[in-house]
Design a binder for this molecule. Structure first.
Ligand code: CU
Length: 354
């Protein structure tokens, strides 16, 4: 917990120094094209941070990549040997996740913006068996599809408050299979939930976002949740609900460059139910196979520090287009049971607004 508070302190310090420097620098009040830089955009990986004005469109493509490495139990590291001593047959070593995201936004009016998002996932997990051999599992394909409505509750040149109501539809597969060690050699079996492409349930995604704007500085705070609307999916389980709090500061460094930094805290609930088709124990002795097969090894808390930028492409050649980048480094992880810890995550994206 100590590192978390240290990072929080560091972030507050960074925000206040950004604020101080924005007061000192002499900045033009020109808002850049399409009002982009006065809008206090959050780091790229924070979703639903903005709305558009009536009739506005936005197309976005985003690539997100994250890496998990090493086991963790609660808030401390856990060795593979200790996991084998607990009776597990297989220990996850690392996981690489890649996600391509396609998004469209359209503002029906200045109060109501609609958003549609599709995801394509690619995941790979490396494991160590108790006998000292290694194996990997892989899954890839389209994930869940999200439909969002963003409703502006209040806006003036100094601040904006908007409410998001989203629905995630279970278009992603939850029956992805790969070869796993079994009693007799290898068997193609259903992979654990951590390697599946969707939640399998219809999920509600509400969020409330507040942005405060100053001349060349803005800050925002957002509360967001993912609530599973169904008790279980077709494989007899449901993923944990999620609660997230995001805070950020954005600084307009020049007419085409905005820098941002933030903190993100996520609380994820446990998975409920037994994952149908996933081998939870070796038939002899009932020893557990791999942590991801068991519900107790899902959910927990994570706090990330974020930093990123938005770069407007030359308006003469590419009007309304920008590229953005952000990186997330976890500063606190308290995970239920035994899970892989997140090392880093980055997002890179292109946006076209008109
Ligand atoms: Cu947009």
């Amino acid at each position: 917990m100590n590192t978390f508070f240290k990072s929080l302190f560091f972030c507050l310090l960074a925000s206040s120094s950004l604020y101080a420097s924005s007061r000192l620098s002499c900045c033009d009040s020109d808002d850049g094209h399409a009002g982009h830089f006065s809008d206090g955009r959050a780091p790229l990986s924070i979703m639903g941070d903005h709305t558009h004005s009536a009739g506005g469109w936005m197309f976005a493509y985003r690539h997100l990549q994250s890496s998990m490495d090493g086991l963790r139990s609660d808030d401390s590291q856990f060795s593979t040997n200790a996991l084998f001593a607990e009776g597990y047959q297989v220990a996850p070593l690392r996981m690489e996740m890649k996600m391509e995201m396609l998004g469209v936004m359209y503002a029906l009016s200045s109060d109501l913006t609609l958003m549609l998002m599709a995801h394509y996932h690619e995941m790979e997990m490396d494991h160590l068996k108790q006998d000292g051999t290694f194996f990997s599992t892989h899954s890839q394909g389209w994930g869940d599809t999200q439909l969002m409505a963003l409703y502006r509750l209040q806006e003036n040149e100094r601040q904006r408050l908007h409410l998001q109501l989203g629905l995630s539809l279970p278009t992603g597969s939850i029956t992805e299979k790969d070869y796993l060690p079994a009693m007799m050699g290898w068997e193609k079996r259903v992979l654990p939930a951590a390697m599946q492409l969707g939640s399998g349930t219809v999920d509600l995604i509400p969020a409330l976002t507040y942005v405060k704007r100053m001349t060349s500085f803005a800050c925002g705070v957002q509360g967001r949740a993912i609530i599973r609307l169904q008790a279980e999916n077709s494989q007899n389980y449901r993923r944990g609900n999620l609660l997230q709090i995001n805070g950020w500061a954005a600084y307009r460094a020049s007419s085409f460059l905005a820098l941002n930094a933030g903190l993100s805290y996520t609380l994820t609930g446990r998975l409920r139910g037994d994952q149908q088709g996933v081998a939870q124990s070796m038939s002899m002795g009932g020893k557990p196979t791999v942590p991801t097969a068991l519900a107790g090894n899902y959910g927990g808390q994570r706090a990330d520090m974020l930093a990123g930028l938005y770069l407007d492409l030359p308006a003469k050649y590419m009007p309304g287009q920008r590229v953005a980048f952000d990186v997330r480094i976890p500063v606190y992880q308290n995970l239920n049971g035994y899970q892989l810890a997140t090392d880093w995550q980055y997002s890179i994206g292109w946006e076209f607004a008109f």
